[in-house]
Design a protein. Structure first.
Length: 257
């Protein structure tokens, strides 16, 4: 489901919502797709300049890109029409401007809501990582990041509660085999579709150390068939044999014998 803040509209779109940051890192977004696309596009320039891809560093770059975008909007909407700019108001001019004016400006900036809501997943030399980035309502010019490595899963958007509940109910652990983790993640997406604003189109990516593989429509249909049979029979896929098909996405050295 694609969401645009203006005009306020939601619709299914053929373009993937999974954006590739590097060969081993992807970014997913919820909320205003237009704002997120521009933030990530600018961040990619700095990401490409990295000599070593660290997921935490990529998260920091995306947050900085968000901050720059918000500063740009604040200047265009608030400061430039008044012959000012954000840096001077909070810098040299802060000493001579009345506190009431600074508070008034803080309130105006707080009303600029880009709906920052991103999920960053990737692998670096330290292993797999999962981060979320969200807008800080109390500090309008900051973005909040949260690491979910110890939990092994996370979700964003209006379907968060449904998706997270699926992982919890499944007793998900980060040590699960890839095929089982893949199926639980797909189930979480299907459950999230019960929430308003979540579309039925599904993209699936499998990230390894140096490669991101996307499941095609036929492979996603196969996942859905297993999911539908589980709902009808109210039982798990028989000894996970049905999921063995997806072992082909593992690097050769990790494939089951």
């Amino acid at each position: 489901m694609l969401t645009a803040s203006y005009p306020p509209i939601e619709f299914e779109h053929g373009v993937r919502k999974i954006k590739q940051a590097t060969n081993s890192c992807v970014v997913l977004s919820a909320g205003d797709a237009l704002a997120h696309t521009e933030i990530l596009r600018k961040a990619k320039t700095s990401i490409r300049a990295l000599t070593e891809y660290e997921i935490k560093k990529i998260v920091e770059i995306i947050i900085n890109s968000f901050i720059e975008k918000k500063k740009q909007i604040a200047n265009e909407r608030i400061f430039n029409p008044r012959g000012l700019d954000l840096d001077s108001v909070y810098g040299n001019k802060a000493r001579i401007l009345p506190p009431e004016y600074i508070a008034y400006v803080d309130n105006l900036i707080g009303q600029i809501d880009l709906g920052l809501n991103m999920l960053i997943c990737g692998i670096d030399v330290e292993g797999g990582h999962i981060y979320t980035i969200k807008e800080d309502k109390s500090m309008p010019l900051l973005g909040l990041s949260q690491c979910y490595d110890s939990l092994g899963y996370s979700a964003i958007g209006s379907g968060t509660l449904h998706a997270m509940s699926t992982f919890i109910y499944s007793g998900y652990l980060y040590a699960f085999p890839m095929t089982k983790a893949l199926f639980i993640a797909y189930e979480a997406k299907k459950m999230a579709e019960n929430a308003p604003g979540v579309g039925t189109e599904t993209d699936v990516a499998i990230i390894t150390q140096n490669e991101i593989q996307y499941l095609d429509d036929k492979e996603i249909d196969k996942l859905n068939e297993i999911h539908e049979r589980k709902i009808i029979k109210l039982e798990e896929p028989e000894k996970d044999k049905e999921l063995d098909y997806f072992n082909k996405f593992l690097p050769k050295k990790e494939k089951k014998k």
